[in-house]
Design a protein around this ligand. Structure first.
Ligand code: C2E
Ligand code: MG
Ligand code: MG
Ligand code: MG
Length: 287
């Protein structure tokens, strides 16, 4: 009996795996078409100065307007894009659209674009990014690249070379999802980052969980002693925002401040945000 059941489970398991594989390769095929036909688009999430409420920049987050499945979020397609080698084309395509449309927005607004660990293994990454800057005419000083902490150490030499090239071109480079990887203090000091972003998992739980609060606090101390500004992501409630201000965190983003929205929705956000927000268009910009 147990044996028979075991065999049945194995059959069911095989069928499930087969079905998952089929769905993955279908989505991968859809993705190739999607990249070619412009189904991927940038959403933007505000990053603000927590003290003044002033808008500092926008994080670019990819969304897929799938012809039959509707609006898909990165968790549903980034892993497949990474596994299939499509991530570079996809990311650069979304970045190109973002830079092209944000070019004429308020002149000091930063645009923060994510770089996948897979992209960081591409020796031509810096060249590809610079090419997009040239094609769109976007100022390198307004571009920030977010590099995930855990992706650095597969090939540290290549990562460092790439980061140096980007920085030499005037691009800002920040360390994303900090706290989830394994960088030691010494390593962090040797890495040429301009900013640290505290991983969302610590921030969202910091009010209810002492360990999370301790991690957030020590990352802020680390930033202060290395002279690096720190951004907290995942600010979902006023209590979290308040706790971060007490700890002296200068910058943040999260659902409380604003969800990721397409460019059109961003105008609404800025209008609703009141006097603290900066106008979008250079012509309206306050001095
Ligand atoms: P990330 O770089 O850590 O981006 C922050 C993620 O947290 C985003 O998820 C954002 O929507 C979400 N988020 C922001 N505020 C809150 C909050 O208050 N609470 C919660 N629970 N979540 C919040 P999203 O848009 O699903 O993106 C997931 C990840 O996919 C990103 O993580 C980023 O690493 C990656 N990604 C997104 N777009 C691109 C892209 O164009 N290229 C590459 N290479 N990666 C991308
Ligand atoms: Mg990010
Ligand atoms: Mg990221
Ligand atoms: Mg994160």
């Amino acid at each position: 009996e147990a044996k028979r059941r075991g065999r049945n489970h194995a059959v069911i398991f095989d069928r499930q795996m087969e079905e998952e594989l089929r769905q993955r390769s279908e989505l991968e095929a859809d993705m190739r078409v999607g990249i070619r036909t412009g189904q991927f688009m940038p959403y933007y999430q505000p990053q603000i100065d927590l003290l003044s409420g002033k808008l500092h920049g926008l994080e670019v987050l990819a969304r897929w307007v799938h012809p039959t499945k509707g609006l898909l979020e990165p968790t549903e397609f980034i892993p497949i894009a990474e596994a299939s080698g499509l991530i570079s084309d996809l990311s650069l395509d979304v970045m190109r659209q973002a830079l092209a449309e944000a070019k004429d927005w308020e002149s000091e607004l930063m645009l923060a674009v994510n770089v996948s660990p897979v992209q960081l293994k591409d020796p031509l990454l810096a060249q590809r990014v610079i090419k997009v800057l040239i094609e769109t005419g976007f100022a390198p000083q307004r571009l920030e690249l977010e590099i995930t902490e855990s992706s650095l150490f597969d090939n540290l030499d290549l990562a460092l070379t790439t980061i140096e090239s980007l920085k030499n071109y005037g691009i800002t480079v920040s360390l994303d999802d900090f706290g989830t990887g394994y960088s030691s203090l010494t390593q962090l000091q040797a890495l040429p980052f301009d900013r640290i972003k505290i991983d969302r998992s610590f921030v969202t739980s910091m009010v209810d969980n002492d360990e999370s609060a301790a991690i957030v606090s020590s990352i802020l101390n680390l930033g202060a002693s290395l002279g690096l500004p720190v951004t907290a992501e995942g600010i979902e409630t006023p209590a979290i925002k308040h706790a971060l201000s007490i700890l002296g965190c200068a910058q943040g983003q999260g659902w409380l401040i604003g969800r990721p929205v397409p460019a059109a929705g961003l105008k609404d956000f800025l209008n609703r945000a009141g006097p603290a927000a900066q106008p979008l268009h250079a012509g309206e910009a306050a001095a």
